[in-house]
Design a protein around this ligand. Structure first.
Ligand code: GLP
Length: 266
């Protein structure tokens, strides 16, 4: 696990975009896991910019959606399908056949979830999973108490998450209570995980995820066990970390440490 603290929102997005861009240079058929919410928007904007400047091409890239509200029609502005299409896919050249989504209105939910997992495997697994974090520490829609080894399935949203998302819906009646989400076990199989967080309201969840015990009560705390998880957070989201200075020192001296280790090998 690595903790990268940047000044503000635009810097965390830039950092995540750079990680993705570098990975794409090594593997053109990159498999991305993509999250919704406000936080990753700047990352999608950055990737679109690289595409428009012809520095990145998405024709071999695949994308898997992290979660979806159950029951929302695809063209509802709050559906994952609409969000991704509107904020990312329609601006780049990712082939339609490379886009994999959880269906908001699946026939048989269990079969759909099982097949989704198989599709991830057939694509060779997720190379980079982008995550945001809920104020209660949820990742995807894995609310507190989700099994830390869970697979893609239906979840019931907490009242807190429903309230947090309420302002996106004109009519309270329309706010979904159920969703489909990749499980925590599914997310943990990604080769690399980038969790982004910005703002004071995420500071407590970030502190508990990075410095607290690993617990189903804070689903993001499981990332402590992932060797390639990066928490990319801004100063406000980092404001409650007790080891903040250490994380900053490690990040600032990364090149020196790499050079030192390379020298030792000679
Ligand atoms: C929703 C999504 C999560 C997202 C979270 C935080 O619950 N399912 O994937 O991380 O919201 O969203 P935001 O980035 O808007 O704070």
């Amino acid at each position: 696990m690595e903790v990268i603290i940047k000044k503000d929102y635009s810097e965390i997005c830039e950092e995540a975009v750079n990680v993705i861009h570098r990975s794409w240079h090594k593997k053109r058929n990159l498999v991305l896991g993509l999250a919704t919410g406000k936080t990753p928007l700047g990352v999608y904007e950055g990737l679109i910019r690289l595409y428009s400047e012809r520095k990145m091409d998405f024709s071999d890239v695949s994308a898997f959606s992290l979660d979806e509200y159950l029951g929302l029609p695809e063209d509802h502005p709050q559906s994952f399908a609409f969000y991704m299409q509107h904020n990312f896919f329609r601006h780049i050249n990712i082939p339609r056949d490379n886009i994999f989504r959880l269906d908001a209105l699946p026939g048989d939910i269990e079969t759909h979830c099982r097949e989704y997992e198989k599709k991830i495997q057939s694509a060779g697994g997720i190379d980079i999973q982008i995550l945001g974090i809920g104020k209660n520490g949820h990742i995807g829609f894995n609310e507190p108490s989700s099994s830390l080894s869970s697979r893609t399935r239906v979840k019931t949203l907490t009242q807190e998450t429903i309230e947090a998302n309420a302002h996106f819906f004109r009519d309270r009646e329309d706010i979904p209570r159920y969703c489909l989400t990749m499980g925590i076990g599914t997310i943990m199989e990604s080769r690399k995980i980038l969790l982004l967080a910005s703002g004071k309201e995420k500071a407590e969840a970030i502190r508990q995820s990075i410095e607290g015990s690993i617990t189903a009560s804070i689903p993001a705390s499981i990332l402590q066990l992932h060797p390639q998880a990066k928490f990319i957070i801004d100063a406000e989201a980092a404001s409650q970390l007790t080891q903040r200075k250490y994380y900053e020192w490690v990040y600032d001296h990364k090149d020196k440490v790499d050079a030192f280790l390379a020298n030792k090998k000679k």
